[in-house]
Structure formats: structure tokens, C-alpha cells
Design a protein. Structure first.
Length: 574
């Protein structure tokens, strides 16, 4: 029934914009403005094959559809895809294209219809199953996505993208051992892919199964496989050996924007002494925003490197005679660590955006602090840890941050816990602890907020997980994405934040604290598992730091009965 209604809806939309295939006096679908008979229609006889060659005829209309899509004309693209499906109902590209158009239009029924038709028409195609998995994953329908990806890799066990995306799904489902195993299979299927290998490293921080020694060994293995061949045998640099000249600093990142790094770089860059330092920015930022524009003005020189090869970026750094080059991304997506493997600067640091070693001996120092990496810590790095005096973070609050609100429990009589952390940080152990807190504090409620909750499947999955632990749906409020000023104001609805573990908050922690809301956190051994506790200790809030999960639950429950004291702390915290 849904399939037929989707087909009918598509046909109705098509009929409103024109006929199924252009008539001779219609405007040409290519957008030229000419009549079809004077444009592509004039070429149709030559372009179309003989009547019996159905797939080639469908390919003609698929090509027209792709042109229309590229030109931003989805209605014309839909007409052409449907014309292709009339000629070849199993056309992979036409079915896939219709699913994409439906997804872009927010038509879930039509999208599922065409994805299911795609798989039905190509049941033995790993490509079709992979495409279906991607569609379901984007909708956070993880059960269907997992089934599609598993079927795809069963057909084609050496497709790295299938294993990688299956790993992403297992991570969101909280199956971290399976997640790591999938990423390892992806690396084995495409051993030369440094980005896939870095993604596998990031997966190790979502659970406790990897020791410090294994973490170090895995990073070193990444470096041996992907970076070692670029290490220079006898590095030399053109930098003038003049002790009186300003030092040239270079920062490399794909994140010069307001997602995360911009909030920690604004004050650092703003306070460089430009008499002593010439500051270069090497930006691979994918989507520049107002933060990018602001950060750019703080650099003496700005280089766009997104489209440049690692060799070209390294040569640019050499030509600029950079003295100290700083990596801000580590093994995060779109990072440029292989630039640092070529050692284009005599001194190289890593800082801020990652929480472990690069694994490369060509990076000299890792900037950290004594709270995050205390002396005697079991953390292991190829770099020398350089401990900053207070914190490795330098948070700059946005100017539009609202005033600190009073603790809501004082007026409402109900205590509210909250977490605004990313969905993939909400693993089974985290949810289990939060459920136990709600059980032991029966007059309390919980707000969970992140952008994934806007997706119906993600929302229902999270609600299901709480329900399975016996928590009434009325006690857990699920909120989706909102504009940044609105999100900051929503901290006024929270009495006490609950940090995630083992993958702590970073920017989320800073924003909650700036809005006055105390946070209960567990302090563990890894850098990523000490981010929040480091900030709490720095501001003198040790009373909110727990040593294990039992203490975490105890602290949260205990503080839920001290609303007046929490409000006093809240008003002084900023």
C-alpha cells in the first residue's frame, strides 16, 4: 500500500510540472529555455538506440535526470528518472536517484519505496545493499541499516566502506566491541587508506577494552603504515637563523569554524604578540562560517589548503619558512597529519582537537596540562608532553551567551538533570547510570538534547533504551537541535549536568559551566576521559568529580537534594 501511494504521489507531482517525457514543443528538461524539438529533442533520434535496446534508452533519461539535478531542478530530474524507469524498471541509477530526490524533499514514504525497489531489483548487489544501508543510516534507522550493511559485506567481504559504515552503526547502537571489529575489517580491506585507519583509532575511545599500551601500539602502527615513508632522511629548512627576527607560527586545521575549535582558538589567536610572531593559518575548513571570518582576521597570513595535496601543503609551509607548525586535528576526519610526516617545519606540535598521540616521531610535542596528563600517568605518546600551566583549553564564550538563570528546581519543585552531549557518546553504560540516578532520585527528571534526536528513529531508539530500564517516558525529555543562543539558554532548564564517559564532553562541558550549571563527571586515565574532571578541578569544583560509576551515581543523587547550595554555586561559577 505504501509503495503504491508513493508511486502515485510521485506521479501526481510529475503531472503538475509536465508530461512524463517532454513533448516536442515543451521546454527542454536541460534548462536551456529552448523548445525540446530545437534542443535535446533534435538529438533524440541519434542519441537513443534502437527500440529494443531498453537499458541504453533508460541511460539516456538517467543522464538527463543527472543534468537536471546538477542544475538544481529536482522536478525535471524526477520526470526524467521516471521516464528511465518506464523503459527499465530495474535501472539502478534511476531507482537510486528517485530515493535521493525523495530524501531531499523529506518524503520518507517515497524514499523507502524506492530504496526497497532498488534492493528487490538487485538482491545480489552489494552496491545496492550498501546504498540502502546509507539511506537508513542517515535516517538513524540503525536496525535496517545494520541489516543492509551486513548483507552487503556478506556478498563483498572486501568492501572497506561497507565495514566502515557498519562500524558507525554499531557505535551508535552502543555495540563497541563490534564497532571496533568492523573498523579493523575496513582497514584490512583497504590497508592504504589513512583516513579509514584514523577512524578506527577514534573508535577505541568509546569503551574500556583497549589498554594504554594497545592504544599507543595502534597509533604507532598507523604511523608506520601511512607516514613513515614520508619521513625525510636529512631534513633541512630555509629558515633564517636570526635570533632577533619574529618567529613564524603556523596552525593547520580543517576546523577553523564554530563547530568546536573556533571557541578555543579565538582568544589564543587574538592575543598573539604580532611584534614577536608572524602567524599563518592553513585552512582546510569545509564550510566556512562567521567564526572562520573572525579567526581569519587574527592571522597575518591565510592559506586555503583543502584542495591541495599533502606534498603541496608541505611545500607551502617550507616556502613560508614556518618555525613552529601546530596540528590542531590529530586523527579526526579530514586531518592533515601526513603533512607533518614530511616535517616541513623544524619544530612541530599537536594540540587541541585530538586526545592522544599522533604516533609520529616527526611531531615533537603534545600540548596538554597537569590535570589531563598528570606526572606518572600511564598515557603514552611518541611526542614529549608539554604541560601548560592551567588547561590545554582556552575557552572563549560567545558574546551572545545569555545570563545565568537560577536553578529551576527552586521554582518548579522538580530537580532536573541534563546532558547536551552527542548521541554517539550515550553508550549502554551511560544510559544505565542515568537510569539508576533517576530511580534513586524519584522526584527528578532528565533532559537529553542533541541534534540526532530530531530524527524520529534516533528519538524512538533512545526512548526505548530508557523504557527497557524501567524509566517512565514522562521523566525523560528528549530535545533536538536548536540555534546556538537558544541552546545556551536551555541550560536554564537544567539543575545539574551529567557528563558522558569514557568519552567526555569538551565544548559541551565548557558551555554548561559558563551557563552556571555544575557537572558530575568520572575521572579516569585517558585524556578523553579526563577532559571534564580537568576543568572541574581547575575551577575548584572537585566535589563533582567521581572516581568510578558508583560514585558518579551517588554524587548525582546527593546533589539532587541540595538545590539551594547548587544555585549559590551556579550564580558564582561564571
Amino acid at each position: 500500500g505504501k509503495a503504491r501511494s508513493a508511486e502515485g504521489a510521485a506521479m501526481n507531482r510529475r503531472d503538475a510540472t509536465g508530461s512524463r517525457a517532454p513533448r516536442v514543443n515543451d521546454r527542454c528538461p536541460c534548462g536551456s529555455g529552448k523548445k525540446y524539438k530545437h534542443c535535446h529533442g533534435a538529438q533524440r533520434t541519434a542519441a537513443l538506440p534502437a527500440a529494443g535496446a531498453v537499458p541504453a534508452a533508460a541511460a539516456f533519461w538517467v543522464a538527463r535526470a543527472e543534468q537536471a539535478r546538477a542544475a538544481g531542478r529536482p522536478a525535471q530530474a524526477q520526470d526524467a528518472y521516471l521516464a528511465a524507469l518506464e523503459r527499465d524498471p530495474a535501472s539502478y541509477d534511476a531507482l537510486s536517484g528517485m530515493a535521493t530526490l525523495a530524501e531531499g524533499a523529506g518524503d520518507d514514504v517515497a524514499g523507502i519505496h524506492y530504496v526497497e525497489r532498488l534492493v528487490e531489483a538487485h538482491p545480489d548487489s552489494a552496491r545496492a545493499l550498501f546504498a540502502a544501508g546509507n539511506y537508513h543510516a542517515r535516517r538513524f534507522d540503525f536496525a535496517r541499516a545494520r541489516a543492509s550493511y551486513r548483507a552487503a559485506v556478506a556478498l563483498e567481504p572486501n568492501v572497506a566502506g561497507g565495514w566502515n559504515n557498519l562500524g558507525n552503526v554499531e557505535k551508535y547502537l552502543g555495540n563497541f566491541a563490534e564497532c571496533i571489529a568492523c573498523y579493523d575489517r575496513a582497514v584490512a580491506a583497504d590497508p592504504g587508506n589513512a583516513a579509514l585507519h584514523s577512524n578506527a583509532l577514534i573508535s577505541l575511545y568509546y569503551d574500556y577494552s583497549t589498554s594504554h599500551d594497545e592504544l599507543f601500539a595502534r597509533h604507532a602502527a598507523w604511523a608506520r603504515r601511512h607516514a613513515a615513508r614520508f619521513y625525510p632522511q636529512q631534513p633541512a629548512w630555509p629558515n633564517a637563523k636570526d635570533p632577533e627576527r619574529p618567529l613564524r607560527l603556523g596552525y593547520v586545521s580543517e576546523g577553523f569554524d564554530g563547530r568546536i575549535l573556533g571557541h578555543f582558538l579565538r582568544n589564543v589567536l587574538r592575543h598573539h604578540d604580532h611584534d614577536r610572531f608572524v602567524v599563518h593559518g592553513y585552512s582546510g575548513t569545509r564550510r566556512p562560517d562567521e567564526f572562520t571570518a573572525e579567526l581569519r582576521t587574527a592571522f597575518d597570513h591565510w592559506r586555503e589548503i583543502r584542495t591541495l595535496s599533502d606534498d603541496a601543503v608541505a611545500q607551502l609551509v617550507r616556502d613560508d619558512a614556518i618555525d613552529v607548525l601546530v596540528d590542531l586535528d590529530g586523527h579526526t576526519p579530514d586531518a592533515r597529519l601526513l603533512v607533518f610526516a614530511r616535517r616541513p617545519a623544524p619544530v612541530q606540535f599537536t594540540w587541541l582537537g585530538y586526545w592522544n598521540t599522533t604516533g609520529m616521531p616527526t611531531v615533537d610535542c603534545l600540548l596538554t596540562d597537569a590535570y589531563t596528563t598528570p606526572e606518572g600517568s600511564p598515557q603514552r605518546f611518541t611526542e614529549m608532553p608539554l604541560r601548560l600551566a592551567d588547561s590545554r583549553f582556552c575557552y572563549a564564550p560567545v558574546p551572545y551567551a545569555p545570563a545565568v538563570a537560577p536553578s529551576p528546581c527552586l521554582a518548579r519543585g522538580v530537580f532536573t538533570f541534563g546532558s547536551f552531549n552527542r548521541y554517539d557518546k550515550l553508550g549502554p553504560e551511560v544510559i544505565a547510570c542515568w537510569a539508576e540516578i533517576l530511580r534513586r532520585a524519584p522526584a527528578s527528571r532528565l533532559i537529553v538534547k542533541n541534534s540526532a534526536i530530531d530524527v524520529p528513529y534516533a528519538r524512538s531508539e533512545l526512548a526505548r533504551r530508557f523504557a527497557e530500564l524501567g524509566i517512565d517516558a514522562g521523566r525523560v525529555e528528549l530535545r533536538g537541535k536548536s540555534p546556538h543562543p537558544v541552546m545556551l539558554a536551555e541550560y536554564g532548564d537544567v539543575d545539574l549536568c551529567l557528563d558522558t564517559f569514557p568519552y567526555n564532553g569538551g565544548l559541551t562541558t565548557c558551555e554548561a559551566l559558563w551557563q552556571g550549571v555544575p557537572i558530575v563527571a568520572i575521572e579516569e586515565e585517558r585524556m578523553i576521559s579526563r577532559q571534564t574532571s580537568a576543568m572541574l578541578r581547575l575551577i575548584g569544583a572537585e566535589a563533582f568529580v567521581a572516581g568510578n560509576r558508583d560514585e558518579y551515581v551517588d554524587l548525582a543523587v546527593r546533589w539532587s537534594g541540595r538545590g539551594g547550595e547548587l544555585d549559590a554555586l551556579r550564580q558564582a561559577q561564571r
